[in-house]
Design a protein around this ligand. Structure first.
Ligand code: HEM
Length: 250
């Protein structure tokens, strides 16, 4: 008969689990000691605060690494592989966005306990986020060199004049999807802040949180966004800016 364990026994088990081959290969001993020891947590919620941030850092590491492979494949136009990698990146970005909701299970009052532990640390110092912010410039240069200039194409031609829905178009759309998901992450994160500390509060660096809205409006690939409005306005010019009502009532 096995003895029933108590919550204190589980706490020991959580902190010092037995390492079999699986745990050794994945370095679970190191991974599971990357969080504060349970006895030193300021509040139970501090564990989830650390884990959610650490998981997000891991996803950003994988996103950045996948994008380095995209960069290596662009010169040889390995489009199918590039699209598979972008699909992975987009799925990871969506997971990152969804996972922010976990932290909304922490009350504003519990977060205040955690906040006291952070010094003046800020998400703007996130190593993964800072690496990702540097990548769009390289991605755009490579796309321009190997999918536009090499084939004598412009963005407008891919989307309109020579529209073929081919790999040039598909990769441009993969880039804009990356851009869009990045912005969605930033906006979703603003809602998380709104739930935890309120949007008009000051950050730990004393800056108004509202300033984050500026970053959330940043576009990595403006040419891919602008071409849409240009096309819509030019098509609109063909049938008139204001169209006739189809109901006859408006
Ligand atoms: C309760 C949860 C959270 C709160 C209250 C919070 C709060 C904040 C605040 C106030 C800032 C602005 C920093 C400044 O002005 O110095 C910030 C930035 C940031 N945070 Fe969070 N955050 C939370 C969770 C997260 C999570 C889970 C991530 C995951 C990666 C994250 C990533 C970031 C990033 C990347 C920035 C910089 C954003 C940009 O520059 O657009 N935060 N956060």
């Amino acid at each position: 008969m096995t003895t029933e364990l108590r919550s204190t026994d589980f706490v020991k088990l959580i902190e010092s689990p037995e390492m079999l081959d699986y745990g050794v290969y994945l370095k679970c001993d190191k991974l599971l000691s990357c969080q504060k020891p349970i006895s030193t947590l300021s509040t139970h919620d501090e564990m989830q605060f650390q884990i959610v941030h650490q998981v997000e850092e891991l996803w950003m590491k994988l996103i950045a690494f996948s994008l380095t492979e995209v960069m290596e494949l662009m010169p040889s136009q390995r489009s199918f592989k590039i699209l598979t990698l972008f699909n992975r990146v987009h799925l990871l970005q969506k997971m990152m966005i969804e996972q922010l909701a976990v932290l909304e299970t922490m009350s504003p009052k519990d977060y205040q306990e955690v906040r006291l532990q952070l010094g003046n640390g800020s998400g703007q110092e996130s190593p993964g986020f800072r690496t990702l912010l540097k990548m769009p410039a390289t991605l755009w240069r490579l796309f321009k060199e190997h999918y536009l200039d090499k084939d004598g194409l412009s963005v407008k031609q891919i989307y309109d004049d020579k529209y073929a829905h081919d790999e040039h178009y598909a990769i441009a759309e993969a880039l804009i999807e990356f851009d869009e998901q990045f912005q969605i992450f930033r906006w979703r994160h603003l809602f998380l802040i709104n739930r935890s500390i309120g949007i008009s509060a000051k950050s730990l660096k004393g800056r108004p949180v509202d300033l984050l809205k500026k970053g959330a409006s940043q576009r990595f690939f403006p040419e891919l966004w602008d071409v849409r409005s240009e096309m819509t306005d030019s098509w609109g010019g063909e049938y008139g800016v204001k169209r006739a009502s189809i109901s006859g009532n408006s």
